[in-house]
Design a protein. Structure first.
Lengths: 230, 203
């Protein structure tokens, strides 16, 4: 089995300048720092106390997991933000996009704050038109939310820091609420089975890649130096 | 995962996700954390935290199952609420069976959780169901740090389903399905207090 904490390929693509890898190496991984973090962050959720963890240091694998989560949150936040901005949604669907979008943006902000300089940069997205059409938006939102639940579920037991675990598990269940909400709006069962299954990074990455939502900035592709037009 | 959606989610731009997700879920990799309850059930937990949390979970799931069974038996549910009670009641039933199996000989439901009076009106049931589902999410989330990773992997398969139930009930009640960006956990003392408040005797 592949190293479950390895930075997934689609996230590595965001880290062309190596900032993440470098930052991850600099972070301390001592037992003492982890225990210190646990004491400082005990009982606090990521969103309630987003500042404490970054300063205390985190294990390299935790940084990878948090960045992986940040990547998923970037996609979702941009998706809802763009859909709301384009104004094609109305009624209950517009309300869902408004509320859930705010949640996903809060998740992004929280992970970025915790990760500090180790946070991956936000990629550019091309949502292939699905944010402009209510039916396509609905289907895509169902898929993204169900995927997010499964991805968090796989990572949660692998998080070493109790504070990060508490934060991730509290977001995990909110993603499940989002999934149920949009599934209701899509006319399908909000909870289709008694047990939700986890999904490992290779499968998550393959699904994300298949969407073609993540478009690498032009100046970061190929071998040529970027052309400046200014 | 999206099998129930195949009718509505037809052949479109988003189809990549639907077919891909089902396939990928089936291919979920191996390892000690990938088996969920199947892995957990193969060896009864011995870690004190696991045993305690799973026993509380067993009592809680039994309570929920009894609420839905009681409503389906005694109330004339129709439409959305009938579907909700049937689907969710079956899920809680499955949760009880799996947690009991996972605990094996260590199953000693504690505390005993019983309704002081079963819901007699539709409104009673709706409120009770919604509050218990939200409380279930808070309970499981609050115990995430007290169990071993294999047990966490197993209960994580339940907590998101409870969150789906909670959102479903809230939506049917006209409330926001996801009221906050991060669900607030509850410790056992808080869960006991809330149970008492909503009419459950905690023995």
């Amino acid at each position: 089995m592949a190293d479950p904490t390895a930075l997934p390929q689609w996230l590595e693509r965001f880290d062309r300048d190596g900032a993440l890898a470098e930052a991850a190496c600099q972070l301390t991984t001592t037992r003492r720092s982890l225990l210190g973090l646990a004491a400082a962050g005990a009982g606090a959720t990521l969103l309630a106390d987003p500042a404490g963890a970054a300063a205390a240091g985190a294990s390299r694998s935790d940084v990878s997991i948090l960045n992986y989560a940040l990547g998923l949150e970037y996609i979702q936040a941009s998706f809802y933000t763009e859909a709301e901005r384009l104004g094609a949604l109305h009624g209950p669907l517009a309300e869902q996009a408004h509320v859930v979008g705010a949640h996903e943006r809060a998740h992004v902000a929280a992970f970025r704050k915790v990760l500090g300089a180790a946070a991956i940069k936000e990629p550019t997205f091309n949502f292939q038109g699905v944010t402009e059409d209510p039916a396509a938006f609905r289907r895509t939102a169902v898929a993204l939310e169900d995927l997010s639940v499964a991805a968090y579920k796989y990572q949660a037991p692998r998080i070493r820091s109790p504070a990060y675990l508490q934060a991730a598990i509290a977001i995990h269940s909110v993603e499940a609420r989002h999934a149920a909400w949009i599934r209701r709006l899509a006319g399908v069962l909000p909870a289709a089975t008694a047990f939700d299954k986890p999904l490992a990074p290779p499968a998550v990455n393959a699904l994300v890649a298949s969407t073609h939502f993540v478009s690498t900035p032009p100046q970061m592709t190929g071998h040529a130096a970027p052309k400046f037009t200014g | 995962m999206l099998d129930g959606a195949s009718g509505e989610l037809g052949v479109t731009r988003a189809n990549w996700f639907q077919s891909g997700l089902v396939a990928a879920t089936a291919l979920a990799s191996g390892g000690i954390l990938a088996g969920g309850f199947a892995a957990l059930a193969s060896s009864s937990p011995t870690h004190p935290g696991d045993v305690e949390v799973l026993n509380f979970a067993l009592a809680f799931e039994e309570l929920q199952a009894s609420v839905y069974a009681s409503a389906l038996r005694g109330l004339k549910l129709t439409g959305d609420w009938l579907q909700f009670a049937q689907v969710v009641g079956e899920h809680e039933h499955e949760h009880v069976a799996f947690v009991r199996q996972a605990l094996g000989s260590a199953a000693h439901p504690a505390p005993r959780l019983e309704l002081t009076h079963h819901p007699v009106t539709l409104v009673d049931f709706q409120r009770l169901a919604a509050e218990l589902e939200d409380l279930g999410v808070a309970l499981y989330n609050g115990q995430a740090g007290n169990v071993t990773p294999p047990t966490l992997a197993a209960v994580a398969e339940i907590v998101s389903v409870e969150a789906r139930h909670a959102a479903w009930a809230r939506d049917l009640l006209g409330e926001v399905p996801a009221p906050v960006p991060s669900d607030v956990p509850a410790d056992i003392t808080q869960v006991r207090a809330k149970l008492t408040q909503i009419g459950v005797s905690v023995g």
